[in-house]
Design a protein around this ligand. Sequence first.
Ligand code: NOJ
Length: 525
Amino acid sequence: MFYQIYPRSFQDTDGDGVGDIKGIIDRLPYLQALRIDAIWLSPIFPSPMADFGYDIADYTGIDPLFGSMADFDALISAAHASGLKVILDLVPNHTSDQHPWFIEGRSSRDNPRRDWYIWRDGKADGPPNNWLSEFGGSAWEYDAATGQYYYHAFLAQQPDLNWRNPEVRQAIYDVMRFWLRKGVDGFRVDVIWHLIKDAEFRDNPPNPHFREGRPPHESILTRYSTDQPEVHEVIAQMRRVIDEFDDRVLIGEIYLPLHRLVAYYGNDLTGAQMPFNFALLSTLWSARSIEKIIADYEAALPPGAWPNWVLGNHDRPRVASRVGQDQARVAAMLLLTLRGTPTLYYGDEIGMHQVAIAPEQVRDPFEKNVPGIGVGRDGCRTPMQWDATAHAGFSASRPWLPLPDDFVRENVVNLAADARSILSLYQALIALRKELPQLRSGDYVPIAAEGDLLLYRREGGGDAVVIALNLGDQPVSIASDAAGLAGKILLSTFLDREGEKVEGALDLRGNEGVIIGATPIDHAG
Ligand code: NOJ
């Protein structure tokens, strides 16, 4: 079980309103008590923070905002001593425009670092091609001093590295080794499907499904700017670096349809061990669409590939706001009962919702560049709500992003004291998952259901559980014998039915999910 920490917003210890590494160390007991297995930290490296650390100026340092290398070493030791693994964010697709590599490369056309980035001559009427930046406008920035354009899939302050250049590859592989030697347990690789671009830089085709009101970059497809066949050779090389060390993991950030996503496991599983599966981030929250996603994913996975599921991250609206406060509990039960590794975004375990950000408080460059259509990511990056004291126990001073008024109620201390809170539910779900191997690694077996009901079994080693989730707000009743649901309730999302026997019918309240300890089906018979 992975837990994503957005370091700016987890715990501040030096009173500057921004979280830091010491703060993460202070909160390790909380994470240990939650019984997660690994933390993934969004970037903590020196950065001008144009994209809050996803614009790196030094791959092997720590930004003073977050602390020192000594703090980081202390974090690794303390986390490992608590049985927690530490995953870092590797951002190899682009650097900051303040990275020495870029500064050197932009200085002249014949600088040896020039080819480390993607420099092209423009066309008579403008940029080299029609590729668009995900953060608005052309993806090409003109450099008057040298008369060429450089490519940036994100901000102009985030020039893309040229991954066709072997020196770039070696430089980043050495960065990986640097952290792996320090004891880091693996990487979540930022926009891994972007690394290689079309060698001919062909124009991208228009998106026939583009809708007004969506971010402008969606008006063209990314056929030639992302997901190129040669990217898999790069990822296999990264994996070999990972495998130079024992027990490390390569996770890829990939927003692609499931049938394309699974290619990132690589030939014979020589790619990423965990290409992030974001299907639950954008699905319509209905039993039938989720059922289809699970079936499609399970069917598409290559033999031996280990699945994974994600419910939230620092780029997408909070799950509690996407699916609603009531369904957030059902979503938790779904995440913790599917086959494969679950990744939990900090604060989702206390039901944190999207926080409204006033225009003058906007920090996200995406929102600043493309205002008014709701792309802003600040609302899912607000400070962790630890307690009801000033600034929610996050900081001694005003945090970099605002807290919602309801933090006085919705905080760790309060919710931990409430045996039926969403936090208690997360705790119970994680504990059950630890206890029952069939929940971690058992087969996923769908059970036919209708309407708002989502039903499946998880079975293995002669043991089975049935999961029944009501994705609607109306009560439902299911004939339990027919669906093979007879057994004992191990957990309800309301935390009030443990031990209840299911005979004849299973009645679910609106927005309720249950896990039933069921009798295994004799497949041989
Ligand atoms: C994906 C990251 O998750 C996002 O926060 C960032 O803005 C872009 N990549 C660019 O690095």
